[in-house]
Design a protein around this ligand. Structure first.
Ligand code: ARG
Length: 458
């Protein structure tokens, strides 16, 4: 048993199981680059403040450069005897440069070190995710601008409600992902604060310059309270919450893609590269990617709940519980990034079956509300108009026809104020064109909205 960094005061070594149980190096080695980044900034500040000699700083800088090289070349031997990424990197540094390496940890604790590493890592992930969210919004808005007058049924309760344009439908998702972008950027502000200098919990007796380290590492500022700096993970929880919403929106879109892809609906076809076949049914082409994305939304929400439970009731300041924050956080970012990358490509390659959409909109009396609105414009109170149209729909149902199939005579039978101009209102085009205001589904509005959305996704 190799001795742990802290083992001098212990009378017996930990068992192999406890060693494995308490070690995090298998997963936190992922933050090695950020750990080194943080150490370099810390060492530079120590030297600047006269806490470390210029020679020691040089030794640390060249030593860490070599450790980084070894890590990137896959040559560093990670050891669970050294618990986590921090102690592994430090141990290798000491092997390379001796006493200077042992001075690196002056005025620092793994508690403020790990909090810094996570923030540096997460900041990068947020930037990648924001880029992908913007790319997805652009694809959706560009598709929308090609389908400003492609008519489909709009649903409530998954029952045909009123005709909408496919472009309008896509832009609804662009809106959701735009809010997700805002949430990520807002969360980034609170991620981008420096914990270093808090040391274990109370700060340090050395004359450090935290603002300097913050500037070096590109943080917007420091965490103001040392106890808070090392112990809270609310910034990670916020990121997971924003991610859970991204995946929730993805799951809604996925559900629709799966539905639209069903031969019973047939609104779209996904490119073959996002589908798989069946090992028994030769005819099958299954929309696996959106189905999996729908499933993965549950996994990401699970990570959010796990982190909330991890944080709940933790007394100040650092507790080892917090080591459990990483795997779920890493998996959240990985899942969101992969999902968005795939969706950008997949949404770009959707084949739209405009005729099927149109045919579906012609079923289910999608323009019934338009007929009611028509009667209101002729002077009927809306509630009376609603009833008149209900009777017309019942008749159509019995005859197996649609509202525009009724003769003017039939229609006048329901209400004498109905004239031949009613047919314009009962068409799908008449219906969508009539909703010509900000946020409405009229092709002219959708064209404007798509253009603005593309502009905002630049
Ligand atoms: N591996 C630990 C973590 O992820 C680093 C901090 C440990 N600090 C300590 N005193 N045990 O949280």
């Amino acid at each position: 048993n190799k001795a742990q960094a802290w083992s001098a005061r212990f009378s017996e070594p930990v068992s192999d199981l406890v060693k494995r149980y308490t070690a995090s190096v298998d997963f936190d080695q992922r933050m090695a680059v950020h750990d080194i980044q943080g150490s370099l900034a810390h060492a530079e500040m120590l030297a600047h403040c006269g806490i470390l000699s210029a020679d020691d700083l040089k030794a640390i800088q060249s030593g860490l450069a070599q450790v980084l090289q070894e890590i990137e070349a896959g040559q560093l031997q990670w050891s669970i005897d050294l618990e986590d990424v921090h102690l592994n990197v430090e141990k290798r540094l000491v092997e390379l440069v001796g006493d200077a390496g042992k001075r690196l940890h002056t005025g620092r604790s793994r508690n403020d070190q790990v909090a810094t590493d996570i923030r540096l890592w997460l900041r990068e992930q947020i930037d990648l995710i924001v880029e992908q969210l913007i790319a997805l919004r652009r694809v959706l808005a560009e598709q929308a601008s090609e389908h400003t007058d492609t008519i489909m049924p709009g649903f409530t309760h998954l029952q045909v409600a009123q005709p909408v344009t496919f472009g309008h439908h896509l832009l609804a998702y662009a809106e959701m992902f735009e809010r997700d972008t805002e949430r990520m950027l807002d969360c980034r502000k609170r991620v981008n604060r420096l914990p270093l200098g808090a040391a274990a919990l109370a700060g340090t007796s050395f004359p450090i310059d935290r603002e300097r380290v913050a500037r070096t590492l590109g943080f917007d500022g420091i965490c103001r309270n040392s106890l808070d700096a090392v112990s809270d993970r609310d910034f990670a929880i916020e990121f997971c919450a924003a991610s859970a919403l991204v995946m929730t929106h993805i799951s809604r879109l996925s559900e629709e893609l799966v539905l639209w892809m069903s031969p019973k609906v047939g609104f779209i076809t996904l490119a073959d590269r996002f589908c798989t076949g069946s090992s028994i049914m030769p005819q099958k082409k299954n929309p696996d990617v959106p189905e999996l994305a729908r499933g993965k939304s549950g996994r990401v929400t699970g990570h959010l709940v796990a982190l909330l439970m991890l944080m709940k009731a933790q007394p100040l300041a650092y507790n080892k519980d917090n080591q459990e924050d990483k795997e779920g956080l890493f998996d959240t970012a990985d899942t969101v990034r992969d999902t968005l990358t795939i969706f950008v490509d997949m949404m770009n390659g959707v084949t739209v079956h405009a005729q099927s959409m149109r045919d579906a909109a012609r079923q289910g009396f999608a323009t019934a509300t338009d007929l009611a609105d028509y009667l209101v414009k002729k002077g009927l109170p809306f509630r009376d108009a609603h009833e008149v149209v209900a009777h017309a729909v019942l008749t159509c149902e019995k005859r197996g026809c649609d509202l525009p199939d009724l003769t003017l005579e039939d229609l006048k039978g329901f209400h004498p104020s109905i004239e031949s101009d009613v047919y314009q209102v009962l068409t799908l085009e008449g219906s969508v064109n009539a909703r010509d205001h900000l946020g409405g589904t009229a092709p002219a509005q959708v064209a404007q909205a798509a253009k603005a959305a593309i502009e905002r996704a630049k």
